[in-house]
Design a binder for this molecule. Structure first.
Ligand SMILES: Cc1ncc(COP(=O)(O)O)c(C=O)c1O
Length: 387
């Protein structure tokens, strides 16, 4: 039977080729060092797990409203107010099965066949495929290391066309770790503020920012910016809750939130009631675990950055957020998939090739792994390149 063209048109995950091979090697007892992790290597904090256990014991095991419980949506509003300085009401919030689900729903809700969505490259692997699944076309706008991989206003202006529906901003970024300053966001707003364009602002790494820098949400720039922005966030990265699957959307556009509610009503229904209780605890009873994790990531980032800088033929823009180093390996091999395959075969180090992020010649190294692994992995890479 012929399968749906919508689905067969999706590219397989570029990260999987290497990570599944690395996993298979590990299973065979081979000593593989993996820089592939897309999630914190810390356990979910105890107070969050306790809340989930209490939810099960307390019978919170039934359907909830498909867009999330009133309590969780209120806790999200409170967090948006206290951390981002933004006022939202419960009706502006939709809780989904992870930020990935939130993003998927947004493109389904805002895009028509033939619309265009601007995506700065390097980009997170799923953006392009989600946009394609909605019937719209991804329009990739390149950035470069000299600009810290940040979208410049003039490049954005050139990419905007009558069919442009939205632009995706991801600060801090996966894979580059770049963080947009308020000024940089303002220059982007200047280009689009009079246009009927949405800003899909993926802020999932907002709490993992280093060097004493802060996070600016695009929505906080002005009333107009808030009106244009659809915030995407979740608990996965901040609270080490990747498996719990809780993400959310905040938007002042009630037509949009209503249509996403309808979509969830008839597709996923509510995210797990137990995970919602856990996320409620995460947001409303936060302890010092986030700050501790951030400190550890910053230490690892500093070490990794220094080591990469000392390896001939590799270079890297210092990541200011998230937990990835995006390394230019083009002086070794412009085909980073081939680079990654050889590295894994020769010295058993797994890295993610840049092709899936729209950046061939680059490799992504996650520092969401122990310092010991980072040291050993970089030693192996250095020795391998010298040979
Ligand atoms: C940039 C970015 N956005 C969204 C997500 C999805 O997060 P969630 O686990 O909440 O679906 C990820 C996860 O890797 C990510 O890196």
């Amino acid at each position: 039977m012929e399968l749906s063209k919508r689905i067969t048109g999706i590219s397989p995950s570029a990260t999987l080729t290497i990570t599944s091979k690395a996993k298979a090697m590990k299973k065979d007892g081979i000593d593989v060092i993996s820089f592939g992790a897309g999630e914190p290597d810390f356990d979910t904090p105890e107070y969050i797990k306790d809340a989930a256990v209490a939810a099960i014991g307390g019978g919170k095991t039934k359907y909830t409203p498909s867009i999330g419980t009133v309590e969780l949506r209120q806790a999200i509003c409170d967090k948006l107010k206290s951390f981002n300085g933004l006022e939202y009401k419960q009706e502006n919030i939709i809780v989904s099965n992870g930020a990935k689900h939130s993003l998927f729903n947004i493109f389904q809700a805002i895009c028509q066949e033939g619309d265009e969505v601007i995506i700065p490259a390097p980009y997170w692997v799923s953006y392009t495929e989600m946009v394609k699944l909605s019937g719209a076309m991804p329009v990739i706008v390149g950035t470069n290391a000299a600009d810290g991989f940040k979208l410049k206003a003039d490049a954005l202006a050139k990419a905007i066309r009558p069919k442009t529906k939205a632009i995706i901003l991801n600060s801090p970024s996966n894979p580059t770790g770049c963080v947009y300053s308020k000024d940089e966001l303002e220059s982007i707003l200047e280009v689009i503020k009079d246009k009927d364009i949405r800003v899909v602002s993926d802020e999932i790494y907002e709490r993992l920012i280093y060097d004493g820098l802060g996070h600016t949400s695009f929505a906080s720039l002005s009333d107009r910016a808030k009106e244009m922005t659809i915030i995407v966030n979740g608990v996965s990265k901040t609270y080490s809750m990747t498996g719990w699957r809780i993400g959310y959307i905040a938007s002042t556009d009630l037509e949009l939130t209503k249509s996403i509610k309808n979509l969830q009503d008839h597709s996923s229904s509510n995210p797990s009631s137990i995970s919602q209780e856990a996320a409620l605890a995460a947001l409303s009873k936060e302890d010092d675990s986030v700050e501790k994790m951030k400190k550890e990531f910053e230490k690892r980032r500093d070490y990794m950055f220094e080591r990469i800088g000392s390896i001939e033929k590799l270079s890297c823009v210092k990541p200011q957020g998230a937990f990835y180093s995006f390394v230019d390996a083009s002086k070794v091999n412009k085909d980073s998939l081939e680079f990654a395959k050889k590295l894994l075969e020769d010295v058993q180090v797994a890295v993610i090739p840049g092709e899936g992020f729209g950046a061939p010649g680059f490799i992504r190294l996650s520092f969401a792994t122990s310092m010991e692994n980072i040291k050993e992995g970089l030693d192996r890479i250095e020795k391998w390149l010298r040979q």
